[in-house]
Design a protein around this ligand. Structure first.
Ligand SMILES: NC(=O)c1ccc[n+]([C@@H]2O[C@H](COP(=O)([O-])OP(=O)(O)OC[C@H]3O[C@@H](n4cnc5c(N)ncnc54)[C@H](OP(=O)(O)O)[C@@H]3O)[C@@H](O)[C@H]2O)c1
Length: 400
C-alpha cells in the first residue's frame, strides 16, 4: 500500500500526477494539494477520483498547514512540486511528521535570487536521526543529468574529469516571449552571473557572456550560453575527480532581445516598488502578464535535447561520451496535455517517487540523485517516455 501526497498543481505537477495515476502498481493512492484548489480539482477530474482520492487547498509557506495536512492523510511520501521557496517549510513539516520528501529544485529565498544546497544539506543529520529520507532535485536538470553522470562514471570510465551539461529547447511555441516553466523562477535563474567549476574553485562570468555554437541531435546547431545550474554544486562534491564542470543552455536571439529589454527597464527586478498605493515586485507582475507555461503545449512543435558530455579515463585512455534524451513537445501534448519542459521534469519526479516507495532508493538522510545506483532509474526512463542514448565522441565538441 503506497500513498503519495503531491503539493503544487502547475505545469510539472500536471505531468507527475497524470503519470502516477496511470501506474497503480507504484502509487495506490494519490492526494493532491496546492494554493489554488480549483487547479487541483481540474487535475482530479482528468485523472478520476479513483486515482486522485482527494484534493486540498494549502499554503505551503506555512509549515503548520502542511504538517496538519500530512497528519490528516498520512502519506508514505510527500512530493514537492510547488516552488523552491516552499522547500524548507515543507521539509520542516516532513521532519515533524516523520515523512519522506522529494523535490525537483533546491531552496531559494524569495527576497534574494540565490539558490544553493547549503540550506537543504543542513537537514542531513535531522533527517537521518528521524529515520526519514529526502531526495533532492528529481527533475531533468537537476535530476536526470545527475543520474547520467553517475551512470557514465559507473559503466564507462575509471575516472571522470570534464563535465558539460547541455540543455537545448529546439521547440517553437509561437509566442513572442514565454518561459517554459515558472517565469519568476526561470528569469531569476538565467539573469544571474554565470559560474563554473575549474581546478578546485568556482569561476564567475557575466550573465550569458560565454557562448558556444553546439550541434544538438535531431535539432541542429544552436547558440549555447554558459550559466550556473544547481546540479553542478552537488556533482563536483560527489565526483571529486572532476577538473571542470559547466552547464550550457540554448537561447534564441528574439528571446535574448526581449530579456535584455525587460532587464533594462527594470521588469526583472525582485526589489519591491510602490504602485498605486501598494508595494509590488516587478518580476511577480511580469509573471502575471506572461503566458502560463502550462498553456504553451497546444501547437508547440519541435523537441528538446538535454544531455551530458563527459570526458574521462578508461583503461588508461581518454575518451568522451554524450548521454542524452530527445523529447518531442507534440508527443508530450498528445500523451498528457503538456509541453516537453514540464514533461521532462514531471516524469523523473514520478520515477524518483516510485523508487523511494518501492524501497529501491531508500536510506535515511538528505541525498542528491547521483548518490544512488543509477541503473534502476535509467531503466525506468526508458519505460516511461524519456528514452536515452549514449554516443561515443571522437573529441569534445567544446572549443574552450
Ligand atoms: N529539475 C528540473 O528539471 C526542473 C525543470 C523545471 C521546473 N522545475 C521546478 O519545478 C517546480 C514547479 O515548476 P512549474 O513550472 O510547474 O511551476 P508552476 O506552473 O508555477 O507551478 C507551481 C505550483 O505551485 C503552487 N504554489 C506556489 N506557491 C505555493 C504555496 N505557497 N503553497 C502551495 N502551492 C503553491 C502554484 O500554485 P498556483 O497555481 O496558485 O500558482 C502552482 O500550482 C519549480 O520548483 C521549478 O523550479 C524543475
Amino acid at each position: 500500500m503506497s500513498k503519495v501526497l503531491i503539493i503544487g498543481a502547475g505545469g510539472v505537477s500536471t505531468v507527475t500526477v497524470k503519470k502516477c495515476a496511470r501506474l497503480p502498481e507504484h502509487f495506490d493512492e494519490i492526494y493532491l494539494a496546492s494554493r489554488t484548489l480549483s487547479k487541483c480539482e481540474a487535475l482530479q477530474k482528468e485523472c478520476g477520483e479513483d486515482r486522485v482520492k482527494a484534493v486540498f487547498a494549502v499554503d505551503a509557506d506555512d509549515k503548520d498547514q502542511v504538517a496538519a495536512l500530512i497528519n490528516q492523510i498520512k502519506p508514505d511520501l510527500l512530493v514537492n512540486l510547488a516552488l523552491p521557496y516552499q522547500d524548507l517549510p515543507i521539509m520542516d513539516a516532513c521532519l515533524e511528521t516523520k515523512t519522506d520528501y522529494l523535490d525537483t529544485a533546491n531552496y531559494e529565498p524569495k527576497d534574494e535570487a540565490k539558490f544553493e544546497y547549503s540550506w537543504q544539506w543542513a537537514y542531513q543529520d535531522k533527517f537521518k536521526d528521524a529515520g526519514i529520507m529526502a531526495l533532492l532535485g528529481s527533475g531533468f536538470d537537476p535530476g536526470v543529468t545527475n543520474v547520467y553522470t553517475a551512470y557514465a562514471a559507473k559503466h564507462y570510465f575509471d575516472e571522470i574529469h570534464y563535465l558539460d551539461i547541455v540543455d537545448c529547447n529546439g521547440g517553437d511555441h509561437g509566442q513572442a516571449f514565454a518561459t517554459n516553466f515558472n517565469p519568476e523562477i526561470n528569469i531569476r535563474e538565467i539573469t544571474q552571473r554565470g559560474r563554473f567549476w575549474e581546478n578546485g574553485e568556482w569561476k564567475e562570468t557575466d550573465p550569458l557572456s560565454v557562448r558556444e555554437d553546439l550541434h544538438y541531435q535531431n535539432i541542429g546547431e544552436r547558440a549555447s550560453y554558459l550559466m550556473f545550474h544547481e546540479e553542478l554544486e552537488s556533482l563536483v562534491k560527489h565526483f571529486p575527480t572532476l577538473k571542470r564542470a559547466r552547464f550550457w543552455m540554448t537561447f534564441g536571439e528574439a528571446y535574448l532581445n526581449h530579456l535584455r529589454v525587460l532587464e533594462g527597464i527594470g521588469m526583472t527586478s525582485i526589489e519591491p516598488v510602490e504602485f498605486q498605493g501598494q508595494q509590488i515586485v516587478p518580476l511577480e507582475f511580469l509573471k502575471a502578464v506572461l503566458p502560463n507555461p502550462g498553456s504553451l503545449a497546444e501547437g508547440y512543435t519541435g523537441m528538446t535535447c538535454i544531455g551530458t558530455y563527459i570526458t574521462g579515463i578508461k583503461d588508461g585512455k581518454e575518451k568522451t561520451i554524450f548521454i542524452y534524451n530527445n523529447c518531442d513537445h507534440a508527443v508530450c501534448n498528445e500523451e498528457v496535455g503538456a509541453q516537453a519542459v514540464s514533461y521532462t521534469t514531471g516524469v523523473p519526479a514520478m520515477i524518483g517517487a516510485a523508487l523511494m516507495l518501492n524501497g529501491t532508493w531508500k536510506k535515511p538522510g538528505v541525498w542528491n540523485m547521483e548518490q544512488f545506483d543509477p541503473d534502476p532509474f535509467m531503466d525506468m526512463l526508458n519505460q516511461h517516455g524519456l528514452p536515452w542514448h549514449v554516443m561515443e565522441c571522437d573529441a569534445s565538441p567544446f572549443s574552450k
